[in-house]
Design a protein around this ligand. Structure first.
Ligand code: NAP
Length: 256
């Protein structure tokens, strides 16, 4: 198994359709022991019923906007798992009205919140994970992004700007943490029907458009994103850092 004896922490499982859950299944399949976080009591039961199906996993509360919760999570990981090799960041949020409004009407508060949860959290979580990853001799951090970071996508609006910040953070973190043998990459996934995706106006149309235009003439499957993350978390990708890896059936390469 590729990840025997390794441990990881996964932020962003909301339900069985979450990208984070597909990634967790792929990492667990290859022997990784996992910690899961959930945001608030509302989601605890659902995440617990999923995480309990994977051997020796642990479950911890964490709202990524609260520094004390972030610190407590990594303290518990140190105590309960004893080491850390991987961090998966699969978290994003923007207020619905800011996604639906014309982009020019984006509110200051919505802008701040979207960047805090969707981009700054990668920096904060990486900092908190750093001592544990270093103790393990290095590690791999993987975030999730979307093509709306580099192209204007109708309906993606504020989230596209937050994803641009996330992608730049991936590069700066990779440059910063590389000397500690900590790699930082992102997967730019094609559209998948999840809870977060339903907040995007016209999402179903987006799914059809991608499937028609992508070279592979279909949308990406959750399992394929999980397998791409497995590659980035394993030694198979040991010389890859600071990259935005598209897992989108080739959609992004198409011009006219
Ligand atoms: P999802 O299942 O709804 O996952 C999003 C997660 O973010 C949820 O678990 C959500 O928890 C969590 N979250 C939001 N605010 C948080 C906070 N303050 N603290 C901690 N967690 C918080 O949707 P998903 O599509 O799998 O999204 C995962 C990642 O993939 C996101 O970064 C998304 O932008 C990215 N992505 C998605 C697609 C797509 O088409 N679905 C494509 C490319 C990239 P709550 O439910 O409690 O808010």
């Amino acid at each position: 198994m590729l990840l025997e004896g390794k441990t990881g922490i996964i932020f962003g499982v909301a339900n069985k359709r979450s990208i984070a859950w597909a990634i967790a299944q792929a990492l667990s399949r290859e022997g990784m022991r996992l910690a899961f976080t959930y945001q608030g009591e509302r989601l605890k039961e659902g995440v617990e019923s999923l995480s309990s199906t994977l051997p020796n996993s642990i479950l911890l509360p964490c709202d990524v906007t609260v520094d004390a919760e972030v610190d407590a999570v990594f303290k518990s990981v140190d105590e309960q798992l004893g080491r850390l090799d991987t961090l998966v960041h699969s978290v994003a949020f923007a207020p619905k009205e800011d996604l639906e409004n014309e982009f020019v009407k984006t509110s200051r508060d919505g802008f701040k919140l979207a960047h805090d949860i969707s981009a700054y959290s990668l920096v904060g979580l990486s900092r908190a994970a750093m001592p544990l990853l270093e103790k393990s001799g290095g590690g791999s951090i993987v975030a999730l992004t979307y093509h709306g970071a580099v192209k204007a996508v109708e309906g993606y609006n504020l989230m596209g700007v937050a994803k641009a910040s996330l992608e730049a953070s991936v590069r700066y973190l990779a440059a910063n943490l590389g000397p500690k043998n900590i790699r930082v990459n992102a997967i730019s996934a094609g559209p998948v029907n999840t809870l977060a995706a339903r907040g995007i106006k016209g999402f179903t149309g987006m799914l059809h458009h991608h499937a028609e235009r992508a070279p592979l003439r279909r949308n990406v499957e959750l399992e394929e994103i999980g397998n791409a993350a497995l590659f980035l978390c394993s030694n198979m990708s040991s010389a890859i850092t600071g990259e935005i890896m598209y897992v989108d059936c080739g959609y992004n390469i198409i011009g006219v």
